[in-house]
Design a protein around this ligand. Structure first.
Ligand SMILES: [Zn+2]
Length: 86
């Protein structure tokens, strides 16, 4: 499988505008969660830092996340819009 970063689908501006909300690569395994045969990285809120969701390791090259509590208090991050129902 090709690395998404090496394709035209990858937008590097998005990567540099927002932080990756997972732990650094070598620390990530310590907080991974396994469900069946799937392994997930823990994703932390970029605003409050709480562990709030999981991202599948095999399908995630970058994860930025702000929780509902922080968006409700501070609004969405600059340049972002809320998508209802997620
Ligand atoms: Zn938060």
């Amino acid at each position: 499988m090709p690395n998404l970063r090496n394709t035209r689908l990858w937008d590097p501006q998005l990567e540099f505008a927002f932080p990756d909300c997972r732990l650094p690569y070598l620390e990530r395994e310590k907080v991974q969660v396994t469900r069946g045969r799937m392994v997930f990285d823990t994703v932390y809120c970029a605003s409050c830092g709480e562990a709030k969701c999981l991202a599948p390791v095999a399908a995630t090259t970058f994860a930025f996340f702000v929780c509902d509590t922080c968006v409700g208090r501070d609004g969405p991050p600059p340049g972002c819009v809320e998508v209802a129902g997620l």
